[in-house]
Design a binder for this molecule. Structure first.
Ligand code: SF4
Ligand code: SF4
Length: 215
């Protein structure tokens, strides 16, 4: 029988974690899916695992997306589930909306998604859709309630605040010597969140994503 514990155990073997779940009653899901399980990198363990994968080592484009498809397709087969990805479909699957109804993710003051354990480092590698309804935990409470909101003032050039995200200003800063820390350690806004700081995100993983974003 498929349970959340079984999915969690199989995902953890690939350094993925269950980031939340969605019932069909709470958001539109693709045909044939009653419960959707969102999958994210499993903290610092993920980067070490991914670095030793064939996709990381083969030098071909989009290694993380190709790794995700290989691993999550296999998980889906093992669990008789339907694999879904935040890339490769038009229109894209609504991962942002799904996350917001999962009870474990909230919109932060800077609008980026905040996860109860990954903080602002949240990302999704894919999801598993199940034809049967699975039991999910109760919804939690947003860590933003009562927070001093360091995320709002953390960007050195004010490119990402509660007023919005000025993407050209962010890229312009990354082209300067002072932008080197964002490139090597990840966005200072994400890093400033106290929940992010408990997650143990590897700087090398942040650098990998920043090089992809700023190329
Ligand atoms: S820094 Fe505080 S307000 Fe900002 S996302 Fe994190 S918990 Fe929420
Ligand atoms: S990457 Fe750096 S410049 Fe861009 S929004 Fe984040 S903190 Fe600001």
């Amino acid at each position: 029988m498929t349970t959340l514990d079984r999915i969690t155990g199989l995902a953890e073997a690939h350094s993925l974690s269950v980031a939340g779940g969605v019932q069909k009653a709470d958001a539109p899901l693709p045909d044939g899916i009653e419960t959707l399980i969102l999958l994210s990198p499993d903290g610092p363990a993920f980067w070490d695992h991914f670095q030793h994968s064939p996709e990381y080592c083969d030098g071909l484009p989009d290694p993380m997306d190709r790794w995700s498809v290989r691993v999550i397709d296999q998980l889906a087969q093992d669990l008789s589930a339907q694999p879904l990805y935040p890339f490769g479909t038009t229109p894209p699957h609504p991962f942002y909306r799904w996350a917001l109804v999962s009870g474990r993710v909230w919109a932060s003051p800077v609008q980026w998604l905040l996860h109860d354990t990954a903080g602002l480092w949240l990302s999704f590698r894919g999801a598993l859709g199940f034809a049967t309804r699975l039991d999910l935990p109760e919804a939690g409470k947003s860590p933003c309630e009562g927070c001093a909101r360091p995320c709002v003032t953390a960007c050195p050039v004010g490119a990402l605040t509660d007023k919005g995200y000025d993407v050209p200003a962010c890229h312009a800063f990354l082209d300067t010597p002072d932008g080197a820390r964002c490139l090597s350690h990840g966005c200072a806004v994400r890093a400033a969140c106290p929940v992010s700081q408990t997650y143990g995100r590897t700087p090398a993983q942040s650098e990998f994503h920043m090089r992809h974003f700023h190329r």
